[in-house]
Design a protein around this ligand. Structure first.
Ligand code: AMP
Length: 232
Protein backbone atom coordinates (compact mmCIF):
# COMPACT_ATOMS: atom_id res chain seq x y z
CA UNK A 1 0.00 0.00 0.00
CA UNK A 2 1.21 3.54 -0.82
CA UNK A 3 1.00 4.76 2.79
CA UNK A 4 -1.11 4.14 5.82
CA UNK A 5 -4.29 5.81 4.68
CA UNK A 6 -7.40 4.67 2.85
CA UNK A 7 -7.16 4.39 -0.93
CA UNK A 8 -9.79 6.13 -3.03
CA UNK A 9 -10.51 4.93 -6.56
CA UNK A 10 -12.98 6.60 -8.90
CA UNK A 11 -14.75 4.47 -11.50
CA UNK A 12 -15.66 6.66 -14.44
CA UNK A 13 -17.56 5.65 -17.56
CA UNK A 14 -20.88 5.84 -19.36
CA UNK A 15 -23.97 4.02 -18.09
CA UNK A 16 -23.72 0.32 -18.94
CA UNK A 17 -19.97 0.31 -19.28
CA UNK A 18 -19.65 -2.16 -16.39
CA UNK A 19 -18.86 0.15 -13.46
CA UNK A 20 -21.28 -1.62 -11.13
CA UNK A 21 -20.07 -5.11 -12.05
CA UNK A 22 -16.36 -4.27 -11.93
CA UNK A 23 -16.82 -2.10 -8.83
CA UNK A 24 -18.37 -5.01 -6.94
CA UNK A 25 -15.67 -7.44 -8.13
CA UNK A 26 -12.85 -5.06 -7.17
CA UNK A 27 -14.39 -4.43 -3.79
CA UNK A 28 -14.53 -8.16 -3.26
CA UNK A 29 -10.97 -8.80 -4.50
CA UNK A 30 -9.27 -6.07 -2.52
CA UNK A 31 -11.59 -5.89 0.50
CA UNK A 32 -12.66 -2.35 -0.36
CA UNK A 33 -15.99 -0.63 0.05
CA UNK A 34 -18.06 -0.17 -3.10
CA UNK A 35 -19.90 3.14 -2.88
CA UNK A 36 -22.31 3.33 -5.82
CA UNK A 37 -24.46 6.45 -5.82
CA UNK A 38 -27.08 4.85 -8.12
CA UNK A 39 -27.50 2.01 -5.58
CA UNK A 40 -27.69 4.47 -2.67
CA UNK A 41 -30.39 6.44 -4.47
CA UNK A 42 -32.39 3.32 -5.37
CA UNK A 43 -32.19 2.22 -1.71
CA UNK A 44 -33.44 5.68 -0.64
CA UNK A 45 -36.36 5.30 -3.07
CA UNK A 46 -37.26 1.86 -1.75
CA UNK A 47 -37.16 3.19 1.82
CA UNK A 48 -39.32 6.16 0.80
CA UNK A 49 -36.95 8.76 2.29
CA UNK A 50 -37.16 12.43 1.33
CA UNK A 51 -34.01 12.04 -0.77
CA UNK A 52 -35.56 9.05 -2.53
CA UNK A 53 -38.73 11.01 -3.31
CA UNK A 54 -36.76 13.97 -4.62
CA UNK A 55 -34.48 11.77 -6.75
CA UNK A 56 -37.23 9.69 -8.36
CA UNK A 57 -38.32 12.06 -11.12
CA UNK A 58 -34.74 12.77 -12.29
CA UNK A 59 -33.75 9.11 -12.26
CA UNK A 60 -36.81 7.91 -14.17
CA UNK A 61 -36.19 10.51 -16.90
CA UNK A 62 -32.51 9.53 -17.14
CA UNK A 63 -31.40 12.93 -15.83
CA UNK A 64 -28.88 13.57 -13.10
CA UNK A 65 -30.11 14.19 -9.58
CA UNK A 66 -29.18 17.76 -8.44
CA UNK A 67 -25.58 18.08 -7.27
CA UNK A 68 -26.35 19.29 -3.76
CA UNK A 69 -28.42 16.16 -2.98
CA UNK A 70 -25.69 13.81 -4.17
CA UNK A 71 -22.74 15.62 -2.62
CA UNK A 72 -24.36 15.50 0.82
CA UNK A 73 -25.09 11.80 0.42
CA UNK A 74 -21.53 10.91 -0.60
CA UNK A 75 -19.91 13.14 2.03
CA UNK A 76 -21.94 11.51 4.77
CA UNK A 77 -21.14 8.03 3.39
CA UNK A 78 -17.40 8.66 3.11
CA UNK A 79 -17.19 10.08 6.62
CA UNK A 80 -18.50 6.73 7.88
CA UNK A 81 -15.82 4.72 6.04
CA UNK A 82 -12.93 3.33 8.06
CA UNK A 83 -9.90 5.69 7.89
CA UNK A 84 -7.55 3.23 6.28
CA UNK A 85 -10.06 1.22 4.23
CA UNK A 86 -10.17 1.36 0.43
CA UNK A 87 -13.18 2.96 -1.25
CA UNK A 88 -14.37 2.63 -4.83
CA UNK A 89 -16.57 5.49 -5.93
CA UNK A 90 -18.89 4.20 -8.65
CA UNK A 91 -21.06 6.78 -10.40
CA UNK A 92 -19.64 9.74 -8.49
CA UNK A 93 -18.51 12.34 -9.37
CA UNK A 94 -20.63 12.86 -12.49
CA UNK A 95 -20.33 16.63 -12.93
CA UNK A 96 -17.62 19.26 -12.49
CA UNK A 97 -19.45 20.63 -9.46
CA UNK A 98 -19.34 17.16 -7.88
CA UNK A 99 -15.65 16.70 -8.71
CA UNK A 100 -14.82 20.04 -7.13
CA UNK A 101 -16.93 19.20 -4.08
CA UNK A 102 -15.13 15.86 -3.74
CA UNK A 103 -11.79 17.67 -3.79
CA UNK A 104 -13.01 19.58 -0.70
CA UNK A 105 -14.51 16.55 1.05
CA UNK A 106 -11.46 14.25 0.83
CA UNK A 107 -8.56 16.07 2.57
CA UNK A 108 -10.27 16.43 5.99
CA UNK A 109 -10.81 12.65 6.03
CA UNK A 110 -7.17 12.03 4.97
CA UNK A 111 -8.04 10.88 1.48
CA UNK A 112 -7.19 11.94 -2.03
CA UNK A 113 -8.01 10.48 -5.43
CA UNK A 114 -5.46 7.68 -5.96
CA UNK A 115 -6.63 6.44 -9.37
CA UNK A 116 -9.38 7.31 -11.83
CA UNK A 117 -10.35 4.21 -13.75
CA UNK A 118 -12.01 5.09 -17.04
CA UNK A 119 -13.97 2.21 -18.59
CA UNK A 120 -14.73 2.69 -22.28
CA UNK A 121 -17.33 1.01 -24.52
CA UNK A 122 -18.93 2.21 -27.81
CA UNK A 123 -22.34 3.89 -27.47
CA UNK A 124 -24.34 1.30 -29.47
CA UNK A 125 -22.95 -1.56 -27.39
CA UNK A 126 -23.98 0.41 -24.31
CA UNK A 127 -27.58 0.77 -25.51
CA UNK A 128 -27.84 -2.98 -26.13
CA UNK A 129 -26.17 -3.84 -22.86
CA UNK A 130 -28.35 -1.60 -20.73
CA UNK A 131 -31.70 -2.08 -22.40
CA UNK A 132 -31.21 -5.88 -22.09
CA UNK A 133 -30.27 -5.66 -18.44
CA UNK A 134 -32.44 -7.45 -15.86
CA UNK A 135 -31.42 -7.24 -12.19
CA UNK A 136 -32.39 -9.65 -9.45
CA UNK A 137 -34.56 -7.91 -6.86
CA UNK A 138 -33.15 -10.25 -4.21
CA UNK A 139 -29.38 -10.68 -4.72
CA UNK A 140 -28.63 -7.92 -7.24
CA UNK A 141 -27.12 -10.31 -9.85
CA UNK A 142 -27.48 -8.73 -13.29
CA UNK A 143 -28.59 -10.84 -16.29
CA UNK A 144 -28.93 -9.70 -19.88
CA UNK A 145 -31.56 -10.83 -22.35
CA UNK A 146 -29.07 -10.35 -25.22
CA UNK A 147 -25.88 -11.77 -23.72
CA UNK A 148 -26.64 -13.66 -20.51
CA UNK A 149 -30.15 -15.09 -20.63
CA UNK A 150 -31.60 -16.42 -17.38
CA UNK A 151 -32.40 -20.15 -17.59
CA UNK A 152 -36.02 -19.45 -16.66
CA UNK A 153 -37.44 -16.20 -18.01
CA UNK A 154 -37.75 -13.54 -15.32
CA UNK A 155 -35.98 -15.63 -12.65
CA UNK A 156 -32.45 -15.16 -11.31
CA UNK A 157 -30.05 -18.06 -12.02
CA UNK A 158 -28.22 -17.32 -8.81
CA UNK A 159 -30.93 -17.26 -6.15
CA UNK A 160 -34.32 -17.76 -7.84
CA UNK A 161 -35.32 -14.14 -7.12
CA UNK A 162 -37.48 -12.01 -9.44
CA UNK A 163 -35.67 -10.21 -12.27
CA UNK A 164 -36.59 -6.54 -12.66
CA UNK A 165 -36.17 -4.21 -15.62
CA UNK A 166 -35.10 -0.80 -14.32
CA UNK A 167 -37.41 1.97 -15.43
CA UNK A 168 -34.44 4.01 -16.65
CA UNK A 169 -33.09 1.08 -18.72
CA UNK A 170 -35.44 1.49 -21.72
CA UNK A 171 -33.66 2.30 -25.05
CA UNK A 172 -34.84 5.95 -25.21
CA UNK A 173 -33.92 6.72 -21.63
CA UNK A 174 -30.60 4.92 -22.10
CA UNK A 175 -29.77 7.09 -25.14
CA UNK A 176 -30.58 10.17 -23.09
CA UNK A 177 -28.41 8.96 -20.20
CA UNK A 178 -25.51 8.44 -22.61
CA UNK A 179 -25.96 12.01 -23.96
CA UNK A 180 -25.95 13.31 -20.40
CA UNK A 181 -22.75 11.35 -19.79
CA UNK A 182 -20.99 12.88 -22.82
CA UNK A 183 -22.12 16.37 -21.93
CA UNK A 184 -21.63 16.50 -18.16
CA UNK A 185 -19.42 13.60 -17.05
CA UNK A 186 -16.89 13.08 -19.83
CA UNK A 187 -15.25 16.48 -19.18
CA UNK A 188 -14.11 15.02 -15.85
CA UNK A 189 -11.55 12.92 -17.71
CA UNK A 190 -9.64 16.05 -18.69
CA UNK A 191 -10.24 17.56 -15.26
CA UNK A 192 -8.58 14.56 -13.57
CA UNK A 193 -5.80 14.41 -16.16
CA UNK A 194 -4.96 18.00 -15.23
CA UNK A 195 -5.71 17.76 -11.52
CA UNK A 196 -2.32 16.34 -10.60
CA UNK A 197 -3.93 13.69 -8.39
CA UNK A 198 -3.91 9.96 -9.13
CA UNK A 199 -3.43 8.87 -12.75
CA UNK A 200 -6.29 8.29 -15.16
CA UNK A 201 -6.26 4.69 -16.33
CA UNK A 202 -8.11 3.92 -19.58
CA UNK A 203 -9.51 0.39 -19.83
CA UNK A 204 -11.33 -1.13 -22.80
CA UNK A 205 -14.61 -2.35 -21.31
CA UNK A 206 -15.82 -4.32 -24.35
CA UNK A 207 -14.29 -7.65 -23.33
CA UNK A 208 -15.96 -10.23 -21.10
CA UNK A 209 -16.46 -9.45 -17.41
CA UNK A 210 -13.50 -11.71 -16.56
CA UNK A 211 -11.21 -10.18 -19.16
CA UNK A 212 -11.93 -6.66 -17.96
CA UNK A 213 -11.59 -7.75 -14.35
CA UNK A 214 -8.15 -9.24 -15.00
CA UNK A 215 -6.89 -6.09 -16.71
CA UNK A 216 -8.27 -3.77 -14.04
CA UNK A 217 -7.03 -5.87 -11.13
CA UNK A 218 -3.57 -6.21 -12.60
CA UNK A 219 -3.28 -2.49 -13.26
CA UNK A 220 -4.49 -1.49 -9.79
CA UNK A 221 -2.25 -4.06 -8.11
CA UNK A 222 0.86 -2.70 -9.74
CA UNK A 223 -0.10 0.98 -9.51
CA UNK A 224 -1.23 0.94 -5.90
CA UNK A 225 0.76 -1.98 -4.54
CA UNK A 226 -2.37 -3.77 -3.37
CA UNK A 227 -2.89 -7.52 -3.37
CA UNK A 228 -5.94 -9.60 -4.12
CA UNK A 229 -7.33 -11.04 -0.93
CA UNK A 230 -7.80 -14.79 -0.50
CA UNK A 231 -5.60 -15.59 -3.52
CA UNK A 232 -8.57 -15.24 -5.92
P1 AMP B 1 -26.51 4.49 -12.04
O1 AMP B 1 -27.04 3.29 -11.33
O2 AMP B 1 -25.12 4.86 -11.60
O3 AMP B 1 -26.62 4.37 -13.54
O4 AMP B 1 -27.41 5.73 -11.60
C1 AMP B 1 -28.81 5.74 -11.87
C2 AMP B 1 -29.32 7.16 -11.80
O5 AMP B 1 -29.09 7.70 -10.49
C3 AMP B 1 -28.65 8.14 -12.74
O6 AMP B 1 -29.18 8.11 -14.06
C4 AMP B 1 -28.95 9.46 -12.03
O7 AMP B 1 -30.31 9.85 -12.21
C5 AMP B 1 -28.79 9.08 -10.58
N1 AMP B 1 -27.40 9.28 -10.13
C6 AMP B 1 -26.51 8.34 -9.72
N2 AMP B 1 -25.34 8.89 -9.38
C7 AMP B 1 -25.48 10.23 -9.59
C8 AMP B 1 -24.61 11.34 -9.45
N3 AMP B 1 -23.34 11.21 -9.03
N4 AMP B 1 -25.10 12.56 -9.76
C9 AMP B 1 -26.37 12.74 -10.16
N5 AMP B 1 -27.23 11.73 -10.34
C10 AMP B 1 -26.80 10.46 -10.06
Amino acid sequence: MIEDRGLTVILLGAPGVGKGTQGALLADSFGWEHVATGDLLRAARREGTELGRKARIFMDEGDLVPDQLIVGLVKERLERSPDNGGVILDGFPRTMVQAEALAEVLPPIRRSVDVVLLLEVGDEVLVKRISGRRSCAQCGRVHNVHFDLPITEGICNECGGRLDHRKDDTPDTVRHRIEVYHELTQPLVDYYKGAGEGPVLNVDGEGSVDQVRTVVQGALSSLLGVEVQGGD
